[in-house]
Design a protein around this ligand. Structure first.
Ligand code: GTP
Ligand code: MG
Length: 459
């Protein structure tokens, strides 16, 4: 936002629909000049929210386009300002001419996210709702779009605000005790009672953070990393799952060095599959770097497919690698090359492991078991995220929730250790302000600028 000081005093215009040739294109104008512009175009201001047929003309009366024009009187509009929409032919050339005409009549080109920012500043949307509009547009799967729609409808904001209300009440309770100068602690209120209420808020916050985490995963897509020792068939699996031959496959251990990504969609969730360098001890500096990146990929993954050679079974070296994986990440063990395993029935060793972690046997070469693996990924891994995602969220929200959680934790220990009402209340205040970052009740201009700058123009 280059002109942050007076954005609302400008009238902005932009194409609101897609850039490609289409049946219809919608040009949207927002701001105080909207009324004058519509009057200049069709000779009058039509009744609000009523589509009126019109022929748009240049200043010299030459026809530009023909379509429908709709006037929305502020504050009952998307931005809260006077808005006009022109629905014309979806020709990029005509759209440019229509926009030029709007500029002649006093509008200026909108900056990215400027409509949404105005909607936020005029209290038509909370900040997370404005973000949800961008997420709805950018959603790459049905589940992500549905979750973003729920946030847009205020689900996330309502939950965050209800927690804020609990915090405000609790603070009032504690700060009440500060009005009695003779009391230097809040014991008379009952520390146990205050503690119990902090616990309740903490639990609700943890639940909200958990759901927001799922919402964010859905939005960002799941990252599933394929790890294992060299030559077990990781790249072959990436190729099989993505149905592309993007990864180089050879029988030379240590083929893959770079981290390679492919996108697939399972159960309505966008999944980034990550192929990595085989894990082993080596002196080769290129491979060492590859292995470092492989471990890094595991850190950032939501789920790991740990592959091993089914002929050799899961060995002690595999166990070392499995134990080194981050504790928070889900793991499925994938025994590969079952086409080479003679005899029938699973090796007893697998059955034993299966109780602890999911196990699937496949052959990346023949395709045996791949369907089972896909079913497992979509039902147990992706579906879990879809079901748990009640609304969409972003990393920014997760950070805010995390900070609020730490502040509450701090409040809880100060209560036990010092019983000092003022200190406890301070922590509750900071938890509250972290929560307000979600809906944008308290947001510095720089933060807002950063958020809206990532939106597309016309949104
Ligand atoms: N028989 C058989 N061979 C396989 C199977 N999957 C992979 N291979 C072979 O095993 C060798 C190694 O496969 P890759 O996919 O390159 O293994 P990788 O784990 O990516 O190996 P690195 O990149 O070196 O870590 C190749 O010769 C593959 O053709 C399988 O299911 N059955
Ligand atoms: Mg490989």
């Amino acid at each position: 936002m280059s002109d942050a000081a007076s954005p609302a005093t400008n009238t902005i215009a932009a194409l609101a629909s897609g850039r490609d040739p289409a049946g219809i294109a919608v040009v949207r104008v927002s701001g105080p000049q909207s009324r004058c512009i519509i009057r200049a175009l069709i000779g009058r201001v039509p009744p609000a929210r009523r589509a009126v047929h019109c022929v748009l003309r240049t200043g010299d009366n030459a026809v530009i386009d023909e379509g429908l024009i709709i006037f929305f009187a502020g504050p009952a509009s998307f931005t809260g300002e006077d808005v006009l929409e022109f629905h014309g032919h979806g020709s990029p050339v005509l759209v440019d001419m229509v926009l030029e005409r709007m500029m002649e009549l006093g509008a200026r080109p909108a900056e990215p996210g400027e409509y949404s920012r105005r909607a936020f500043e005029n209290n038509r949307l909370s900040l997370d709702q404005a973000e949800a509009t961008a997420d709805v547009i950018a959603a790459e799967s049905r589940a992500a779009a549905t979750a973003a729609m729920r946030s847009l409808q205020g689900e996330f904001a309502r939950r965050a605000e209800s927690l804020t209300t609990s915090l405000v009440q609790l603070r009032a309770l504690i700060e009440g005790s500060l009005d009695f100068p003779d009391e230097d602690d809040i014991d008379w209120l009952g520390n146990a009672q205050v503690g119990a209420r902090i616990d309740t808020v903490q639990n609700e916050l943890a639940q909200l953070a958990n759901e927001a985490g799922n919402g964010a995963r859905l939005q960002e897509g799941l990252r599933v990393a394929i790890l294992g020792q060299p030559n077990v068939g990781k790249s072959s699996l990436l190729n099989a799952l993505s149905r592309r031959n993007s990864a180089i496959v050879t029988d030379i251990p240590g083929t893959t060095r770079d981290v390679l990504e492919e996108q697939v969609e399972l159960a309505g969730v966008q999944i980034t599959l990550v192929d990595t360098a085989g894990l082993r001890t080596t002196d080769n500096p290129i491979e060492i770097e590859g292995i470092r990146r492989a471990r890094n990929a595991a850190e950032y993954a939501n789920h790991v497919l740990y592959m091993f050679d089914a002929v050799q079974g899961l060995g002690s070296e595999d166990q070392v690698q499995l134990d080194a994986l981050p504790a928070s990440v889900g793991v499925t063990q994938v025994g590969n090359k079952i086409d080479l395993v003679s005899g029938s029935g699973p090796n007893p060793q697998y059955a034993e492991r299966a109780e602890k972690q999911a196990m699937v046997e496949i052959s990346a070469l023949t395709g045996a078991g791949i369907d089972t693996l896909i079913h497992h990924l979509s039902q147990d891994v992706a579906q879990g995220v879809v079901q748990a995602a009640t609304f969409s969220a972003r990393r920014r929200h997760l950070n805010a929730l995390e900070n609020a959680q730490s502040a509450l934790k701090q409040a809880r220990s100060l209560l036990v250790e010092t019983g000092d009402a003022e200190l406890v209340a301070d922590e509750l205040t900071s938890a509250q302000s972290y929560l307000s970052e979600i809906t944008g009740a308290v947001s510095p201009d720089a933060v807002l600028g950063e958020i809206f700058a990532t939106f597309c123009i016309g949104k």
